[in-house]
Design a protein around this ligand. Structure first.
Ligand code: G3H
Ligand code: ZN
Length: 280
């Protein structure tokens, strides 16, 4: 059934485990991720980014409605979240479309401007019953660049959380977005210091580049929500490529979308168990 991100993150935090949040671009993503959650018996967050909405022509309703319908039909709890939203109009449209939570991303702004914008959005969102994640210390690589080595300062993170009232905080601890190799090394000691300094759950972005063992240790050190996008796309696109290479005359998209969706399900199931700590 449909669940709220707030309840899933709270439950994970209480039990000292992590909750995986996967990026949804197409209907097949929502289906694969939800099937993986059902197969592993674990809850999951489906998240839709501003970039994904732009891909769908700037309208948030169609893909959000599709993901929501998949969530409602699931046998495990599935929450819907908006990821990396910079455009306030889009954020409001997403809340109207029924998401339970949003990540408002003002991390490109300077500290004071980030605080002001995030506090204003958070107050509004809380009035709508919506849970808010924000980011401090930009996690690199959103344009495919390499990690700039930015780190979130624990004292600043505590001040930011108090000043904005956010429900969760995305922090920069060594990961970078859109990595296609799992070579990121996280600063586990910093994660522990952030966990001790910040009263709200921490969110790891750019988790695709983090090896399994480091993901487990990051959760153990205090990460709660673990955002994963690229890893599923690697599985999906790899399967499409393999299928098309062997079938030069294929026309029906279901012929290659089915193995692609299956490969994505496999990848998601594995990562769900790693983040939840249910696989050694
Ligand atoms: O917000 C989404 C995540 O940070 C995904 O990052 O594609 O590098 O796994 P990733
Ligand atoms: Zn991210």
């Amino acid at each position: 059934p449909a669940a709220s991100t707030a309840e899933l993150v709270s439950a994970a935090r209480l039990s000292g485990t992590g909750i995986a949040a996967f990026n949804v671009i197409t209907l097949e993503h929502a289906e694969a991720i939800t099937t993986a959650a059902e197969r592993t018996g674990l809850p999951v967050v489906l998240q839709i980014s501003e970039n994904a909405v732009k891909f769908h022509g700037g309208r948030i309703e169609p893909i959000t409605a599709a993901a929501a319908a998949v969530a409602r039909g699931a046998s495990v709890p599935v929450a819907l979240h908006l990821d990396h939203i910079e455009d306030e109009q889009l954020l409001r449209a997403g809340v109207d479309a029924g998401v339970s939570s949003v990540m408002f991303d003002a991390s490109k702004l300077g500290y004071e401007d980030n605080v002001a914008a995030t506090a204003r959005i958070t107050a509004w969102a809380h009035g709508q019953g919506v849970w808010v994640e924000a980011e401090l210390g930009e996690v690199g690589g959103k344009d495919g660049a390499h990690a700039p080595g930015v780190r979130t300062d624990p004292a600043e993170a505590a001040a930011f959380t108090a000043a904005t009232g956010v429900d969760a905080l995305a922090v920069a601890v060594g990961s970078s977005h859109a990595m296609t190799e799992r070579t990121a090394s996280l600063d586990l000691e910093l994660i522990t210091r952030l966990r001790d300094a910040v009263p709200v759950p921490l969110v790891l972005h750019g988790s695709s580049g983090v090896p399994d063992e480091h993901l487990r240790r990051a959760v153990g050190a205090g990460m709660t929500k673990v955002n994963i996008g690229t890893a599923l796309n690697i599985a999906f696109t790899g399967a499409v490529r393999d299928h098309l290479a062997g079938s030069p005359v294929v026309v029906d998209p279901r012929r290659y979308l089915r193995p692609a969706r299956d490969a994505m399900t496999e990848a998601a199931a594995h990562l769900l168990t790693v983040v939840a700590g249910t696989k050694a």
